[in-house]
Design a protein around this ligand. Structure first.
Ligand code: DQQ
Length: 508
């Protein structure tokens, strides 16, 4: 294809994506094409940088590049030139996930080069703008997984400074045992010493259908300290502080769900005390990455995977969105509680009009508080058409029930979400351990995405209503009362005139 026909095809794909009424309006999305994991997330000199796994040539996972966008307010993003592209060598089939660190003289990307169905650790050096990147001549800096271990896969990086050296973990799995993270140490980011597995999971601890199954390989490992007030720092094995390892459980090509493991980090090992679900929406909040921003907050984005099939994704010219930016703290049970960053409020438009407990909204935020004594139930219909009894009604129902042990049973029913039966329709279920008596519920609806926070436990999912009147929110409370009900229309925050591939390119 000549460059003219490439850009024509890309302009057409962008137009197609823009005309899809189910493309999110205030969540970050690529201009068009394919987006998956957040990468290299950071804030430098007041500017947030969101890099992401990107295929500007089509809405499918192929020849992955690093897209890049910047923001000063976390909601309005400006596209920057593509940061990394595959080149001759170990990343010729894709520049897979990685992180950004600063070696004291310049920003450095540590990422996985993809070739011949395997991945190796690579580096690229940036200028201050983070627009131009030059690959390390001696790439790959880690050419193979530890010898003598039968591993399932080996990729994705978490890199930090500890005790005057660099440390990094790489996601992996040991065949016949479970997921793993291998630990390395380096003085210069280029030469790495193997320190063995930081931690190895057990694929037998839970059944394959259990949402806590840690699977056979851990993607996108992310390791840090975190406390109940949200204080956070890089790992430190001599601190005695609680540490959290977040990983995405993967099994032979299946992206299962994201897990957080709390535990103790001492010497070269991480002892897990408990595993938790990071998000009750399973695969729809996958491959997250976090960083500490200039306010000292531990911020995280995850990839909201689609729930419609490949053909529909191709037809609509885009695939994949980011969750809202979330602020993390450690829950009393050892899970990771999450709140949307307060900056999200800047996207609020007009307040929703409530008629009793119902309102109509497209892209919207809503919230309420409720006591949920044992036996009481709250149901919330989302993206609902006016008459729920008609055979062609569409609605997605969140059900919260107070249960005997004081916790909250959560169910999100997608069986009536869409008249198009090719879309995902399975239910999400889970339990929320309450913070105190009253439960706070917040919801963010964005055309085909639903992000709920129930006492800070997120449930992220995707639904694809077909009817233009599938825009109601309806709340029913049985044996309890809804209080402080509120809501806002949310503004479209996407910048105008985006192109898929800015011409200014890195030297990659
Ligand atoms: N996506 C990347 C990998 C990672 C996976 C490739 C997780 O590096 O393991 O696009 O979604």
């Amino acid at each position: 294809m000549t460059s003219t026909t490439t850009s024509d095809a890309q302009a057409l794909m962008r137009e197609t994506a823009l005309s899809d009424e189910l493309r999110p309006a205030y969540h970050f999305v690529a201009p068009a094409g394919w987006l998956n994991d957040p990468n290299g997330v950071c804030q430098r000199d007041g500017v947030y940088h969101l890099f992401y796994q990107y295929n500007p040539t089509g809405p499918c996972h192929h020849s992955i590049q690093w897209g890049h966008a910047t923001s000063t307010d976390l909601m309005q993003w400006t596209d920057r030139p593509i940061a990394l592209r595959p080149s001759d060598g170990h990343d010729e089939e894709g520049c897979w996930s990685g992180v950004l660190v600063d070696d004291g003289t310049r920003p450095v990307l540590v990422y996985s080069g993809h070739r011949d169905d395997r991945q190796t650790a690579m580096l690229a050096y940036g200028d201050e703008s983070l627009d131009h990147w030059t690959k390390e001549p001696s790439n790959p800096v880690i050419a193979a997984p530890p010898a003598g271990t039968d591993i399932t896969a080996f990729r994705d990086h978490c890199v930090w400074r500890e005790g005057g050296v660099w440390r990094q973990i790489i996601g992996s799995g040991i065949r016949g045992r479970g997921g793993a993270a291998f630990l390395y140490e380096s003085d210069d980011l280029v030469h790495w010493r193997e320190l063995g597995p930081l931690v190895v999971g057990s694929a037998d601890d839970f059944s394959e259908t259990n949402p806590l199954w840690t699977a056979t390989m851990w993607e996108c490992v992310d390791f840090f300290r975190l406390d109940a007030d949200g204080r956070t720092a890089a790992p430190d094995c001599s601190s005695g502080d609680a540490h959290v390892l977040i990983f995405s459980a993967w099994d032979d090509g299946r992206t299962m769900h994201t897990i957080s493991a709390r535990g103790h980090y001492a010497g070269d090992r991480f002892e897990v005390t408990d595993y938790h679900r990071l998000d009750l929406g399973g695969r729809h909040a996958y491959a997250p990455q976090s960083f500490i921003d200039e306010q000292g907050r531990r911020m995280l984005w995850a990839w909201m995977q689609e729930g419609r099939d490949d053909a529909a994704q191709l037809r609509h010219g885009w695939s994949g969105a980011m969750t809202l930016p979330r602020v993390l703290r450690l829950g009393a049970a050892g899970d990771v509680r999450q709140t949307p960053a307060p900056e999200v409020e800047a996207a609020r438009g007009e307040a929703l009009e409530w008629h009793g407990l119902a309102s109509r909204a497209g892209a919207a935020e809503f919230g309420f508080e409720v006591d949920l004594p044992v036996g009481s139930v709250v149901e919330v219909d989302l993206f609902a058409t006016p008459d729920p009894t008609s055979t062609d009604a569409e609605f997605t129902t969140l059900r919260l029930s107070g249960v005997a042990d004081g916790s909250i049973a959560v169910e999100l029913d997608r069986s009536r979400s869409s008249l198009d039966t090719t879309n995902a329709s399975s239910a999400h279920t889970g339990t929320v351990v309450r913070t105190d008596g009253r439960v706070e519920v917040r919801g963010f609806l964005d055309r085909s995405s639903i992000e709920l926070f129930i006492d800070g436990v997120p449930l992220t999912t995707r639904v694809y209503p077909t009817r233009p009147d599938a825009d109601a929110i309806r709340i029913r409370a049985v044996d309890t009362t809804i209080e402080h009900l509120c809501g806002w229309m949310m503004r479209n925050t996407e910048q105008a005139h985006r192109v898929l591939d800015l011409t200014e390119t890195s030297t990659g």
